[in-house]
Design a protein around this ligand. Structure first.
Ligand code: ADP
Length: 165
């Protein structure tokens, strides 16, 4: 069975992420989308909330599983008995860092392959940061994220605004 792990922050999941997930689900028997806990990044959504949004938007993809992970990615991938790491590439700017990470992971665990899927051009501008910025400024999220999670994001922005006063 060919199992792939698609790791990321997914804070929140965007249409760009979903496009990669859908395409990967056609290539692999199972795709595990993993919310990586990353203490360096300040997140808008908790890990549990990010997983819930991912579950909502992938509910019709039976071979996609949502999970979270922490620590060294290759250790997580091994624990899941997967042999592939999926990464999405948007622009040349993504490439240098991702290339370096792929080489480090290969060195740490030669049996695990990193595969890159190129973004669909219509999503190449899209990132979770763009979504958060548009949402905080009250812009329309249609076509940036799946329709079924727009209200969750709007609600979260409101919540944050209210707690800040
Ligand atoms: P972001 O950069 O949006 O905060 P993540 O850290 O959650 O995203 O990224 C998880 C993975 O998804 C990475 O491999 C990243 O390159 C990829 N990715 C993010 N946005 C897109 C997009 N619009 N198209 C293709 N891949 C993407």
């Amino acid at each position: 069975m060919k199992i792939a792990v698609y790791p990321g922050s997914f804070d929140p999941v965007t249409n760009g992420h979903l496009d990669i997930i859908e395409r990967a689900s056609k290539i692999f028997d199972k795709v595990i989308v993993t919310v990586m806990k990353n203490s360096n990044k300040v997140a808008m959504f908790t890990v549990e909330e990010r997983m819930e949004l991912l579950r909502k938007v992938t509910k019709d993809l039976p071979n996609v599983e949502i999970d979270w992970g922490t620590g060294l990615l290759v250790n997580y991938v091994k624990k899941k008995q997967a042999h592939f790491i999926i990464k999405g590439l948007r622009a040349v700017s993504d490439f240098e860092y991702e290339f370096q990470m792929a080489l480090v992971n290969k060195k740490l665990e030669p049996k695990i392959e990193t595969l890159f899927l190129t973004t669909s051009s219509k999503y190449s501008y899209l990132s979770s940061s763009v979504v958060k910025e548009v949402a905080s400024l009250g812009g329309c999220l249609k076509e940036l994220v799946p329709d079924e999670i727009i209200m969750d994001i709007v609600r979260k922005v409101r919540e944050i605004r209210e707690t800040r006063g």
